[in-house]
Design a protein around this ligand. Structure first.
Ligand code: NAG
Ligand code: NAG
Ligand code: NAG
Ligand code: NAG
Ligand code: NAG
Ligand code: NAG
Ligand code: NAG
Ligand code: NAG
Length: 540
């Protein structure tokens, strides 16, 4: 090695060490309203011990690269505070990555931070200002400040404060700022793009829960289609696989290839009457057939929720989502529905979901608790030159797939008249066969993995990127980096399904996920399990 490069190497190390990993050093980078909870160094291959009583994200990440682990508490509006966690890797790639949360959960998402820091990003997650499990909403009751922290304040404030730490710690400016999250994490990303366009250069927003004021009421409404369990129209969960199998039978061939993956649910004219019970059936559940009232429920589930005057309240669950119908399987709605009414809208713990009505969604629109719902005017984000890559699984049973194309189309309707071509900065990819943020039904085995938000921990505790395919063609974060840093806009992202997700060594299938509204079509020859046998085709 030449003496000069030895010198610059030492200078770099010196710069990193000049600002050490201690509470007092980190504190000196922060304003008076932010205080360090802890800051300490971890050698390579350590476990970060998640602090006790972290309800939302209790799992401790293992096998980490050498890093400085930091936690900070920030004073927010009123008497409220929020916290954030930050991993500062020794081998920094010069870039920043913030990751998101899930449901109503409060807590620092250490597992997604771990996946991010393995690339070399300085990685941040906020606790959104409270401490709770995914489905708990009681923390929000009569607490508008806590709701605003969750809705939009905690992410932005955590971004600003963590960037100040990073710049001081490494002694140089951050080259690029990225975000990746799914579900509530997707909403947080889009909200940042709308309200704080200066925060990020690239945002990867999966299955965004962007329409909080409608999604949460819909969660109650969709359950009520199938309640009470004693009703003649109630479909027991034991029949969901029967419906799923009929959907597959009718709608898989309709997309052009019989492969157990429904690639065009919106192009399928599903006829549930094929499932009708014939004469002399005493018990449809054991016979695997549906009564006429149950068929009516199937129609409701697959129909948009529309209110008075033909107002769209929420898009329907997509055909092909049956394997994840957990919102329909209980004797009561999923708490993410009623808890919104009880605690976010202030009806109180005694409110009964059987009192649900349309006025509640109109009220939710007016109140917009925590300002969580994301608007459509992303022009400031576009003007700054920043990018969004969004995606949504077509077998999502928690957030209807159609809500993301709806958002994308509304943004297009806002910006096209202003001369903005949406694809210049916002690209959206549907993922056939993927459930909520990750995974695919065992019978479907769709290529769902592309290192999106929350995905890496599903494969294994030390996984990051796409094992075997760490490149911009297969990894959504690397695709975003190539777009932001080199101007190479992604036309498609290749999804991967491993034979065994936990081992992630052998590939079962790979297939392109196409830029909406294009769809992946088999070329007619070549191995159907190889991405190159497919092409993304427009509708016309
Ligand atoms: C990392 O730590 C684990 C568990 O402590 C250990 O089994 C493994 O051998 C270590 N790996 C390396 C590369 O040191
Ligand atoms: C988080 O919530 C759990 C469960 O309610 C509680 O035990 C714990 O003390 C809380 N932690 C913090 C930091 O508030
Ligand atoms: C915290 O302090 C900084 C720097 O003085 C200020 O810009 C910011 O508005 C403060 N935040 C709050 C929530 O008061
Ligand atoms: C903040 O806390 C103080 C002391 O507990 C209380 O008097 C005050 O009303 C609180 N303010 C808000 C906005 O909650
Ligand atoms: C109908 O069959 C299902 C599944 O075998 C069973 O769980 C249920 O109890 C039966 N219902 C009646 C009314 O017998
Ligand atoms: C529906 O439209 C009618 C006629 O314009 C209007 O009077 C009524 O208020 C509308 N309903 C709602 C819920 O907006
Ligand atoms: C929500 O946003 C509006 C407009 O930006 C603002 O006036 C209002 O104070 C915000 N509400 C909350 C709860 O933060
Ligand atoms: C940008 O392009 C250069 C040259 O092809 C390549 O070396 C680099 O890795 C690319 N950067 C990103 C973030 O993709």
């Amino acid at each position: 090695m030449r003496p000069s490069s030895l010198f610059s190497c030492a200078a770099l190390l010196g710069a990193a060490r000049a600002f050490n990993c201690s509470p007092s050093a980190i504190q000196s980078a922060l304003p008076g309203n932010a205080s360090v909870n802890f800051a300490y160094a971890l050698p390579a291959n350590s476990t970060f011990q998640v602090p006790k009583s972290t309800t939302g994200y209790p799992d401790s990440p293992v096998g980490l690269p050498a890093l400085c682990a930091v936690s900070v508490q920030v004073k927010s509006i009123g008497n409220s505070t929020y916290g954030f966690g930050l991993f500062l890797p020794e081998n920094w790639n010069g870039r920043y990555l913030a990751v998101g949360n899930g449901g109503f959960g409060g807590g620092i998402n250490y597992l997604d931070m771990a996946a991010g820091v393995r690339y070399g990003f300085a990685t941040m997650s906020t606790d959104t200002g409270h401490n709770s499990s995914t489905f708990d909403g009681a923390w929000a009751f009569n607490k508008p400040d806590a709701l605003a922290n969750w809705g939009y304040l905690a992410m932005h404030g955590s971004v600003v404060n963590s960037k100040a730490i990073i710049t001081a710690y490494y002694g140089k400016a951050i080259s690029y700022n990225y975000y990746s999250g799914c579900s509530t994490g997707g909403r947080q990303g889009l909200k940042e793009a709308e309200v704080f366009p200066e925060d990020f250069d690239g945002i990867v927003a999966g299955a965004p829960a962007w329409w909080t004021s409608h999604l949460q009421p819909w969660t109650t409404q969709v359950a009520l289609y199938n309640l009470p369990p004693t009703a003649d129209y109630h479909i027991p969960a034991a029949l969901f696989p029967v419906i799923g199998a009929e959907v597959l039978k009718q709608c898989d061939p309709q997309d052009g290839l019989k492969d157990n993956i429904i690639s065009d649910p919106y192009g399928c004219n599903f006829r549930p009457e094929e499932l009708l019970c014939g004469a002399n059936i005493k018990n449809g559940t054991s016979a695997g057939c549906l009564t006429s009232p149950q068929i009516s429920t199937v129609y409701k589930i697959y129909s948009d929720w529309v209110g008075e005057n033909q107002t769209l309240f929420f898009p329907h669950l997509a055909i092909g989502s049956e394997n994840q119908w957990i919102l329909l399987s209980g004797d009561t709605p999923n708490p993410l529905g009623p808890n919104f009414v009880k605690y976010f809208l202030g009806f109180g713990a005694d409110w009964s979901f059987y009192d649900f009505n349309e006025d509640i969604v109109r009220l939710a629109d007016r109140v917009n608790p925590g300002n969580a719902t994301v608007g459509f005017d992303l022009s400031a984000f576009h003007k700054k030159g920043s990018k969004i890559l969004s995606y949504h699984g077509m077998s999502d049973g928690l957030i209807p797939t159609g809500s993301t194309p709806y958002y994308y189309n509304q943004v297009d309707r806002q910006l096209k008249p202003k001369g903005v071509e949406i694809d210049d900065f916002f690209r959206f990819f549907l993922v056939p066969g993927m459930e909520h943020c990750s995974g695919t039904p065992a019978k479907v085995n769709a290529p769902w993995y592309f290192a999106g938000g929350n995905q890496a921990p599903v494969l294994g505790p030390t996984v990051y990127s796409v094992p075997g395919f760490m490149d911009k063609e297969h990894d959504a974060i690397l695709a975003m980096m190539a777009w932001v840093e080199n101007g190479t806009a992604p036309e498609q992202v290749v999804g991967t399904k491993y034979v065994n997700d936990a081992q992630h060594d052998k590939v079962l299938r790979q297939r392109p996920l196409c830029m909406y509204p294009k769809q992946a079509k088999y070329k007619g020859k070549g191995d159907v399990n190889k991405a190159e046998s497919w092409e993304c085709k427009g509708l016309y």
